[in-house]
Design a protein around this ligand. Structure first.
Ligand code: NAD
Length: 254
């Protein structure tokens, strides 16, 4: 029996790297993908059964090519995690059309293209696959400063998750999202600096304000998110689809 195969996008850093490691520890063969190929390779090297591939999620042809290559090599594709995402903090009135377009290209179109490629393969293989999208706490509430384009893109991920779940259910494919809060990753380090500058504050003060906003009183770790993704990928979640699970220490409750 071969290992089940899981692909993770944006897995060269932060949350994606933790998801790849978590799925590896649960017995999956992990395909670690990122637009930054060397980072993906480094993460794959630390996992028992893994391989690295460069993948820009904004390129639908590349998504198809990657999925077809994985299926040709392993004969299966069980789990797809669309995790790649970008952010740039700025005031709503300052967001340029180019920044808005780039945000949607990665955060929405990337999830869309990858979901299509993975679903096509899972349907062709007759696999009861699982697709998990990394959304955000900012996918459920717009009370988030300086991230209007990001908020809009993550709300779109929730709608897309539900539409995919509905259409893919007849094929036995489950589709869900995770909605993290304030997760300590390189993205967060960039956001702390941006928010501090925009508020005329300093990054440590901003970080403390985020912890103060979190009832469980600490920053979230990438592993906090990865454990929920592993649950959604598992048979323990086998009657769960179209959901968007908050994992944020209580920072936003819905
Ligand atoms: N860090 C947080 O607090 C937080 C909170 C909620 C949601 N998220 C979401 O979690 C996901 C991961 O975020 P993170 O904090 O680990 O960020 P990160 O910046 O540490 O990692 C993101 C990874 O995505 C890759 N990437 C960027 N553009 C890509 C593209 N076009 N194709 C493929 N890969 C690409 C980057 O190279 C990087 O390795 C994102 O979707 C983000 O929006 C993060």
């Amino acid at each position: 029996m071969t290992r089940p195969v899981a692909c993770v996008t944006g897995a060269g850093s932060g949350i994606g790297a933790a998801i790849a490691a978590m799925l590896g520890s649960r017995g999956y063969h992990v395909v670690v993908t990122d637009i930054d190929g060397p980072s993906a390779q480094k993460v794959a090297d630390s996992i028992e059964s893994a391989q690295a591939c460069s993948l820009d999620v904004t390129d639908p042809g590349a998504c198809d090519e990657l999925v077809n290559g994985v299926v040709a090599q392993h004969g299966r594709l069980d789990v797809w995690v669309s995790n790649a995402g970008i952010s740039k903090m700025q005031r709503f009135v300052d967001i340029s059309p180019a920044d808005l377009a780039r945000n949607f290209e990665v955060n929405v179109y990337g999830v869309f293209y990858c979901g299509q490629s993975a679903a096509r393969a899972m349907i062709a293989l007759g696999t009861p696959g699982r697709i998990i999208n990394t959304a955000s706490m900012a996918a459920k509430q717009g009370r988030v400063p300086f991230l209007a384009d990001y908020v809009a893109s993550k709300f779109a991920v929730l709608g897309l998750t539900q539409a995919m779940a509905f259409e893919l259910a007849p094929f036995g494919i489950r589709v869900n999202s995770v909605c993290p809060g304030f997760v300590a990753t390189p993205m967060q380090t960039r956001e702390l600096a941006w928010e501090a500058e925009l508020r005329g504050s300093d990054p440590e003060a901003v970080k403390q304000s985020w912890i103060n906003d979190t009832p469980l009183a600490r920053l979230e770790t990438p592993e906090d998110v990865a454990k929920v993704v592993a649950f959604l990928a598992s048979d323990d979640a086998d009657f769960l689809t179209g959901e968007s699970i908050s994992v944020n220490g209580g920072a936003y409750m819905d």
